[in-house]
Design a protein around this ligand. Sequence first.
Ligand code: SF4
Ligand code: SF4
Length: 55
Amino acid sequence: MAYKIKDNCIACGACAESCPVQCINSGDIYVISPEECIDCGTCKSVCPVDAPEQQ
Ligand code: SF4
Ligand code: SF4
Protein backbone atom coordinates (compact mmCIF):
# COMPACT_ATOMS: atom_id res chain seq x y z
CA MET A 1 0.00 0.00 0.00
CA ALA A 2 1.18 3.52 -0.79
CA TYR A 3 2.11 6.11 1.77
CA LYS A 4 -0.09 9.18 2.25
CA ILE A 5 0.95 12.56 3.67
CA LYS A 6 -1.15 13.80 6.58
CA ASP A 7 -2.40 17.38 7.13
CA ASN A 8 0.43 18.22 9.54
CA CYS A 9 2.87 18.51 6.60
CA ILE A 10 4.81 21.79 6.80
CA ALA A 11 5.82 21.65 3.11
CA CYS A 12 9.55 21.51 3.79
CA GLY A 13 10.26 19.45 0.67
CA ALA A 14 12.57 16.90 2.28
CA CYS A 15 10.42 13.94 1.26
CA ALA A 16 10.16 14.98 -2.39
CA GLU A 17 13.94 15.36 -2.59
CA SER A 18 14.54 11.91 -1.14
CA CYS A 19 11.83 9.86 -2.87
CA PRO A 20 13.57 7.35 -5.18
CA VAL A 21 10.76 7.37 -7.72
CA GLN A 22 9.98 11.11 -7.49
CA CYS A 23 6.28 10.58 -6.89
CA ILE A 24 5.78 13.39 -4.33
CA ASN A 25 4.36 16.68 -5.61
CA SER A 26 4.65 20.07 -3.90
CA GLY A 27 1.74 22.19 -2.70
CA ASP A 28 0.28 23.68 0.47
CA ILE A 29 0.90 20.21 1.76
CA TYR A 30 2.88 17.67 -0.26
CA VAL A 31 1.01 14.86 -2.00
CA ILE A 32 2.13 11.32 -2.88
CA SER A 33 0.95 9.80 -6.13
CA PRO A 34 -0.35 6.41 -4.91
CA GLU A 35 0.07 4.62 -8.26
CA GLU A 36 3.78 5.43 -8.32
CA CYS A 37 4.75 5.02 -4.66
CA ILE A 38 6.83 1.87 -4.12
CA ASP A 39 6.23 1.83 -0.36
CA CYS A 40 9.90 2.26 0.57
CA GLY A 41 9.31 4.44 3.66
CA THR A 42 12.06 6.95 2.89
CA CYS A 43 9.68 9.92 3.03
CA LYS A 44 8.55 8.96 6.50
CA SER A 45 12.11 8.57 7.75
CA VAL A 46 13.22 12.02 6.52
CA CYS A 47 10.07 13.96 7.47
CA PRO A 48 10.59 16.29 10.49
CA VAL A 49 6.93 16.04 11.54
CA ASP A 50 6.27 12.36 10.69
CA ALA A 51 3.54 13.30 8.20
CA PRO A 52 3.80 10.39 5.72
CA GLU A 53 1.74 7.45 6.90
CA GLN A 54 1.44 3.96 5.47
CA GLN A 55 -2.15 3.30 4.36
FE1 SF4 B 1 8.40 7.88 -2.35
FE2 SF4 B 1 9.08 5.80 -0.85
FE3 SF4 B 1 7.62 7.74 0.19
FE4 SF4 B 1 6.54 6.13 -1.60
S1 SF4 B 1 7.25 5.56 0.46
S2 SF4 B 1 6.35 8.36 -1.57
S3 SF4 B 1 8.29 5.72 -2.94
S4 SF4 B 1 9.75 7.92 -0.53
FE1 SF4 C 1 5.69 17.57 4.39
FE2 SF4 C 1 7.19 15.90 5.81
FE3 SF4 C 1 7.40 15.98 3.15
FE4 SF4 C 1 8.33 17.98 4.64
S1 SF4 C 1 9.11 15.87 4.61
S2 SF4 C 1 7.12 18.18 2.74
S3 SF4 C 1 6.80 18.05 6.28
S4 SF4 C 1 5.61 15.35 4.35
